[in-house]
Design a protein around this ligand. Sequence first.
Ligand SMILES: C[C@@H](CNC(N)=O)C(=O)O
Ligand SMILES: [Zn+2]
Ligand SMILES: [Zn+2]
Ligand SMILES: [Zn+2]
Length: 509
Amino acid sequence: MTILVLLGSRNACCVTATVILIKGGEVVNHDLQMKADVLIKDGLIAEVAPNIKAPAGAKVIDASGSYVMPGGIDPHTHLAMPFMGQVACDDFYSGQAAALAGGTTMHIDFALPVNHNLLAGFKEWQAKAQLACADYGFHMAVTKWNSQVAEDMGKLVQQGINSFKFFMAYKGALMVNDEELLQGFVRCRQLGALPQVHAENGEAVALGQQLVFEAGITGPEGHALSRPAVLEGEATGRAIRLASFVGVPLYVVHVMSIDAMEEVARARKAGLPIIGEPVASGLALDESAMWDANFTKAAAAVMSPPIRSKQHGVALKKALAGGLLQLVATDHAVFNSSQKAVGRGDFRVIPNGVNGLEERMHVVWQEMVVSGLITPRDFVRITSTAAAQIFNVYPRKGCIAPGSDADVIVLDPRVKHTISAATHHSRIDTNVYEGKEIQGKVTVTISRGRLVWFEGKLNVEPGSGRFIPLPTHGPLFDGIDKAGADTAARLVKAFAAENGATPVVREDA
Ligand SMILES: C[C@@H](CNC(N)=O)C(=O)O
Ligand SMILES: [Zn+2]
Ligand SMILES: [Zn+2]
Ligand SMILES: [Zn+2]
């Protein structure tokens, strides 16, 4: 039956059905596409089958001609992030509302330490998330190494964090050195947590910025010129090798270049558990935006690693289609035109970040499915299922099956629309995809059984979101000794294969 829930004065008109029947659609999971109905009851998928009879009082949605897919999961976002002297202008309400309007029903945000203190950082982001209106998880960044950090990582895995991020760039701000990176990797191995890296050589970036600026290039194009793909490739390769030395999997965020993608591909070919995450902007855009004569437009495209030239985007899409890269995020970190304007005359201080939470599903659909590179099943895998599996919340998330959370979208492939800041739901006043035409539209978003996006209207309330704890020991962590004491033994064994691993006794020692 439908319960009329008065969601507070602002949304008295909203009605939250507890029973929804989606009829006549093509249900698409990462491994199966079939014509079927989907029955949703009390926030969960109750039944997936052809010709389900609508229970009395159910809200019936006609999905004929459309795809019915798992809600998108964006594994890389920065809501309300303090960075480079600004605070990202999307908070947990506006950012998540935008995500729901674009068919993403869960995201994993990066909690940053406060004065290098991880527990303080986690608390800070939990407070930010009070405004949430959708499901979310957290990664935790590590920006310094000491015994307190090691101890706090252990506490955080008990509180639903299963991945820790290390920035190899942003010297003097978030950046860690190799010693700290190695310590962090060893600790991740002990905890069965997944290390992630922002892979650029931060020392070289700092030099590049200084040289380009002193050469008189001060505009946003200087950002692209100062941190070329070779610096992303170097750090990606280095991080992968250090991870394999320690014996941990590695998740490389925002793979923006051929250089980095090829490091990931080579590692995977060698059998290493390396995950490469391109982002929507790296697939669909190219660096020419940073050469735009209009500063606001050029600065809007400033993110790190920089969006590269066209051939990089083409190669990333093929790598994603071929499985060399595994899933797509956004790195949504939005600074509006007045915030970006602090970098007029000095590209080095333009707050880094672009939008994507609302656009990702449409941009990936256009660039990957409409283009013929992948199937709708692959689309589900790279926008939802892979993230659920890597962060160990599958099949609760990332699939349409009885018992799974009712995070469901209806995408009508017949509807054409154009992306624009004039119609988007983010608080940012620019849109890096401005004017991009999309063939296919998310017409319905259901989040935990709530009809949150329907007939072009959002029905969400701040505070109605939910923290999703991410358990460790997902599929990538089989057999890792929690104590981590095996690291040394493993190293000796792995690197002393030919000559045996026992110490040599020498008569002349
Ligand atoms: C600081 C954060 C967002 N900004 C960006 N990628 O330019 C990141 O580097 O992931
Ligand atoms: Zn309403
Ligand atoms: Zn980054
Ligand atoms: Zn990021």
